[in-house]
Design a protein around this ligand. Structure first.
Ligand SMILES: O=C(O)CCC(=O)C(=O)O
Length: 281
């Protein structure tokens, strides 16, 4: 199913930096501050308007151990979870290699006139140099090209999710859909978390790969949406998909877990769609 939706704000957890007067840094959940639907906070300035949703039937037919959340469990959401996308040894090897990337950084954002530093380390890549994104009014530095390992992981993901099959059936000969952007998040231990938020709805599909310490993932219905809070563990080597109206109806977070002493890296592969952009021809 193909649809175009307008963007909203992607929440992050941050610390306010001292501005004119010396002020003690205060942890702030930007998701709680920012109004949903504020286009100035997160907007795509370039990109493709073509995207593809993961087919539930394809996942059922794959014979893999997918948990496909039902409409009763998560009304108005399409969420799929595969606990053993890769084995633990591979997950640990990938985490160690990605830990060494030289692109990890904490972006400084401007929120309601204040300079704010994001607490999580992130590394951001795009598949094409012309894909750009604004976040909280600032252009996000997207690196290009992907590191080899990240490209390999994306290829494996797209195969696992059945992306590109439609293009091939149409004889286009290449994969015009698939993911065009990945954001890596680093959680050094259980003190690092991500506050409750919904992602921008320009993210048509988000596929989140977990490497390292298992962490709790909590989904809560947005105001006015039906459903009950649901939580489960994102295991080492697991894959989680969110698509459809999930961001419209639900918020999600990874809470602080003081007992977790090990680190985790997540790779959130995304299909960013710029809805006003029409490719030439
Ligand atoms: O680290 C994760 O698995 C979740 C990250 C997340 O919530 C996001 O990128 O929106």
């Amino acid at each position: 199913m193909k649809r175009n939706l307008s963007p909203s704000f992607e929440g992050v957890t941050t610390q306010i930096q001292p501005t004119k007067r010396k002020r003690k840094p205060v942890p702030v959940n930007l998701a709680a501050l920012a109004p949903t639907g504020d286009k100035s906070t997160h907007s795509i300035t370039q990109g493709s308007n073509k995207f593809e949703q993961v087919s539930r039937d394809f996942l059922i037919g794959s014979g893999k151990n997918w948990r496909l959340f039902t409409e009763e469990e998560l009304p108005g959401a399409e969420v799929f979870y595969l606990p053993d996308f890769i084995d633990v040894a591979t997950a640990m090897t990938w985490r160690a290699e990605l830990d060494k990337l030289d692109t990890w950084h904490r972006p400084t954002l401007k929120v309601y006139g204040r300079e704010v530093i994001q607490s999580r380390l992130t590394a951001v890549y795009a598949t094409t140099p012309e894909l750009t994104m604004k976040y909280s009014g600032q252009v996000v530095k997207m690196h290009y090209p992907y590191p080899n390992l990240v490209s390999e992981i994306q290829r494996l993901l797209e195969k696992t999710l059945g992306f590109g099959l439609e293009d091939m059936a149409e004889g286009e000969g290449n994969n015009l859909t698939g993911f065009n952007h990945v954001m890596l998040n680093k959680y050094d231990d259980g003190s690092v978390y991500i506050g409750q938020h919904s992602d921008s709805r320009e993210n048509k599909v988000i596929a989140s790969l977990s490497l390292g310490a298992p962490r709790t993932f909590i989904m809560t219905p947005r105001k006015g949406s039906p459903g009950e809070k649901l939580k489960w563990t994102l295991d080492n080597g697991s894959l989680m998909i969110m698509q459809g109206d999930t961001q419209l109806n639900w918020k999600h977070k990874i809470p602080k877990e003081p007992k977790v002493k090990e680190g985790r890296i997540s790779l959130t592969f995304r299909q960013l769609v710029y809805e006003n952009h029409r490719p030439a021809g």
